[in-house]
Design a protein around this ligand. Structure first.
Ligand code: PHE
Length: 451
């Protein structure tokens, strides 16, 4: 059955291609889509940014996603082993970087998800407090934040412990359609609000000049990496659980556009609400603040706010959970492959370590911001560059791997994909790495060393 993982036990696998697609979309759709995208789009040129983002998804996102899938499915191993197999021993450290990224990203992602758990519960039980700013300050750090972070980690670990088909696939198959239905429903409701027109205008009025700006461009590219879960082996790991009959180019296209679609629709929910309540000035620089202060503030003032707000935070939670699953799975599958221990033990060790690390972010949101800049942005783009070079230039049989199970239409597309991996992705991503490195330095400086 296995085409040569080389080691004892048969590798787990997804039960169906639909299950795989939903799990991968679940990984992609998360906290990154639900607020960050719409906010960056509005600030970065509106509809012009949306076009730029689609272009980046096609130019960089899909090629790198396919590179990950090629390495994962052909290796049938988690990142460290798969990269070693595809490129030789020297590539194993890149796999370690992926595992490290997974550890670090999940450590703070889970803290934000913990706030989400709390908001969802509070919305249902008692509604939104009038002073949402003070509320957020009170709950975002300290023992309560730590508690909800640990609760969320426990939930994530329980699902990952269930395994690929019974845990990850089943959870995603149940939750992703629900998320989509809730979000579309919310967007339709938002359309009926008084400020909707203004909200759409703010979100989508194209200012083409903005996207020619270097930092906006780099931010869009980094956003695409994060949102599509690229550059740290999430898609690689999921693809390692697939059979050769899967049409990877088609699946990568579906996953990427589903991710974009959800991000776009989230903007159609958020901006009408913000404008209906005249809260646009509260939507400050901080994306986290906007999501956890401005919107809850709006919900507390609206007639149907409690119901709508509950649904919104439930959708956000679902997105966060299916993303967290994939982050943890990268670490867990690597531990299983490298140390040859059971999934249960691997999940306990990896999850325990991440939960502990996350306490730092729950203690101080400055730490959260710095880890996000380092692991959530810089590491991902470095990881993406590595993949483009590995699969574009070095890995043998990458092209054949991607041709397996595909149709003539997508085979032609693969010519373009490989051309991009070699000549288009590296220069663009090198620029983005430079920009994000400067950003890390800047964030660290203003957080801890500003006079
Ligand atoms: N794509 C997820 C989101 O948008 C985050 C994520 C990044 C998940 C990297 C896995 C790997 O929220």
């Amino acid at each position: 059955m296995s085409s040569g993982g080389g080691d004892g036990a048969a590798r787990e696998s997804f039960g169906s291609s639909r299950g795989f697609i939903l799990a991968a979309v679940g990984s992609a759709v998360g906290l990154g889509n639900m607020w960050r995208f719409s906010y960056t789009a509005a600030e970065g040129g509106g509809a012009a940014f949306v076009f730029l983002y689609i272009a980046l998804t096609l130019l960089i996102g899909i090629p790198i996603m396919l590179a990950e899938m090629a390495a994962g499915r052909s290796g049938r191993l988690s990142p460290i082993g798969a990269l070693r197999k595809a490129g030789g021993k020297g590539w194993a450290p890149m796999g370690f970087l992926y595992v490290l990224s997974g550890l670090l990203i999940l450590s703070y992602y889970s803290v934000i998800a913990g706030w989400t758990v709390r908001y969802a519960i509070e919305a249902i039980v008692s509604g939104f407090p009038a002073d949402s700013g003070a509320h957020f300050t009170a709950i975002s750090t300290g023992p309560a934040a730590m508690g909800f972070h640990l609760l969320f980690m426990g939930l994530t670990m329980a699902i990952v412990m269930g395994g690929v088909e019974k845990g990850i696939e089943r959870a995603s198959t149940l939750m992703m359609p629900a998320l989509f239905v809730i979000l579309v429903g919310l967007a339709m409701w938002a359309f009926t609000l008084d400020g909707a027109g203004e909200g759409y205008a703010y979100y989508l009025t194209p200012t083409w000049g903005d996207i020619l700006d270097g930092p906006t461009f780099a931010a869009a590219a980094a956003q695409a990496f994060f949102s599509l879960s690229l550059g740290m082996g999430a898609m690689l790991t999921f693809a390692s659980y697939l059979g050769k009959d899967q049409n990877l180019p088609k699946e990568a296209t579906i996953i990427s556009f589903a991710d974009f679609g959800v991000a776009f629709i989230a903007g159609l929910v958020v901006f009408p609400i913000v404008f209906a309540l005249g809260l646009q000035n509260d939507v400050s620089e901080s994306t986290v603040g906007a999501l956890f202060i401005a919107l809850p503030g709006a919900f507390s003032e609206m007639g149907a706010g409690r119901l709508v707000g509950s649904l919104f935070f439930i959708a956000l939670l679902v997105g966060a959970l299916t993303s967290a699953i994939s982050l943890l799975e990268v670490v867990v599958s690597s531990v299983i492959d490298e140390f040859d221990i059971t999934r249960k033990k691997a999940t306990l060790y990896a999850g325990g370590l991440i939960a502990t690390l996350g306490l730092a972010s729950a203690y101080d949101t400055n730490i959260l911001g710095v880890i996000d800049a380092i692991a959530g942005e810089l590491f991902l783009v470095i990881g993406g560059l590595g993949l483009a070079i590995l699969v574009g230039y070095r890995m043998k049989g990458a092209r054949e791997e991607l041709e397996m199970g595909t149709t003539p239409f997508f085979k032609v597309g693969l010519d373009v994909v490989f051309f991009f991996l070699r000549y288009v992705v590296p220069p663009i991503v090198i620029f983005v790495i430079y920009d994000r490195l400067m950003n890390v330095i800047n964030v660290v400086q203003t957080t801890w060393f500003a006079g």
